[in-house]
Design a protein around this ligand. Structure first.
Ligand code: SOE
Length: 389
């Protein structure tokens, strides 16, 4: 058991804040978690980095990850997708456990290199992929119901992840919209979560098993966007405040896929950043021969369950014994939020690092998701169903 873990984090924007907040909650709510020092925050913009390090409680900053990854006990890679491979591989080669945000990599080839580095590092060097929705108590309760056979033979799996932050064509360009930087658009950003949850919930051989073939369709609705900060100043040289610089969108804005599982079950997946009326609506619905269940991230403390003989679904509040983390938080029924899923995954990952035990979802899980994302892209390119080896 390692006493205090020195943690280095690359990335200080959205995911940097989410994980720094999670680490800060551990001493108060998970006193059995390993003690950690938020030692170094890594980034490129020194001013923004210093401000974030101060607000997130990091002791120091660095602009060169190569000087960091072999000098800390744990490395978090929370940068944009194209930054995931090299620093993570270097850390693993130095024997430093890695926690990498999803999707594991921009491409399947990169994900394969990262998973190989994790295998080479050995089982006592955890390499985790931050699929945080596995750590929603309602999802863990759903997994228990499925494993206990409460839904019977799995017949249908339906996953959707709907957001609306790109509906405005003037919403600015970002790295998430560039194939070189992100690898894919909504497919890798949101679809990765849904594919992982499907594998987690029904991937066991005695449930639906592996996804054996699939067909996919990708769509881009707006193919170029303004570069934030390039707006002409109104009044100067007749400027009307419109952006003078635009960049192409080279990834998907929406995807849909059909799946066939080893047991014959049918799956339908979709995600969009143009789903007006939906902010962060990740839903999973599973139909079996003896019942069904339905989960929505926008109501993440609840699970809807249908059992034989019921008329429709019963909505239950997941708490008490159904929630593996309830004793760490407030009394039952004092509900959780999105950020608590990051606390749960950080608790489990840092505990695995401290004990030198395995952590799931691992880089192998991240690679399995990447294979399925690549197959969906391949199917779209070829216009036909694709079999998974
Ligand atoms: C943006 O689409 C995003 O922040 C994703 O990158 C996260 O993984 C998801 O949990 C919320 O939406």
């Amino acid at each position: 058991m390692t006493d205090t873990l020195e943690v280095g984090v690359l990335g200080y924007r959205f995911m940097g804040k989410a994980h720094a907040n999670a680490m800060a909650r551990l001493p108060m709510f998970f006193p059995d978690a390993p003690e950690i020092e938020r030692t170094v925050l890594v980034g490129r913009d020194e001013d923004a980095l210093a401000d974030a390090a101060d607000r997130f409680g990091f002791e120091s900053t660095a602009t060169d990850w190569e000087a960091v990854v072999d000098d800390i006990d744990v490395f978090y890679n929370l940068g944009p997708n194209h930054v995931h491979p090299e620093p993570s591989i270097a850390a693993l080669e130095a024997g430093t456990p890695v926690f990498c945000e999803k999707p594991l990599a921009p491409t399947l080839a990169d994900a394969e290199r990262m998973a190989e580095a994790a295998r080479e590092a050995g089982d006592d060097v955890p390499a985790g992929t931050a699929f945080n929705y596995r750590f929603v108590p309602a999802i863990q309760y759903a997994k228990g119901l499925l494993e206990d056979g409460e839904l019977g033979e799995i017949r249908h799996v339906r996953g959707r992840y709907l957001q609306d932050w790109l509906v405005d064509p003037d919403a600015p360009w970002s790295w998430r919209l560039d194939e070189e930087l992100a690898g894919s658009g909504v497919l890798g950003d949101l679809g990765a979560h849904t594919v992982d949850l499907v594998r987690f919930l029904v991937g066991d051989d005695d449930l639906a098993g592996d996804i054996e073939r699939l067909s996919g369709h990708l769509q881009t609705f707006v193919d170029e966007r303004p570069v934030e900060g390039s707006e002409e100043t109104p009044g100067e040289s007749g400027g009307d405040g419109d952006a003078v610089e635009t960049r192409p969108v080279t990834v998907d804005d929406a995807y849909a896929a059909q799946l066939e599982f080893a047991n014959g079950a049918i799956g339908t997946l979709e995600a969009s950043r143009y789903a007006t009326g939906h902010k962060n609506d990740h839903t999973i619905e599973i139909h079996g021969s003896k019942g069904s269940l339905r989960f929505s991230l926008e109501r993440l403390n609840e699970l809807e369950i249908h059992r034989e003989g019921d008329r429709g679904y019963e909505t239950i509040l997941v708490t008490d014994a159904d929630d593996p983390y309830v004793d760490h938080w407030w009394p039952p029924g004092h509900v959780l939020g999105w950020e608590h899923t990051f606390v749960h995954e950080n608790y489990e990952f840092l505990s695995a690092v401290s004990e030198g035990t395995a952590f799931e979802p691992s880089f192998e899980d991240g690679l399995a998701v990447q294979r399925l994302l690549a197959a969906i892209q391949d199917s779209d390119d070829r216009g036909e169903w694709v079999a998974l080896e």
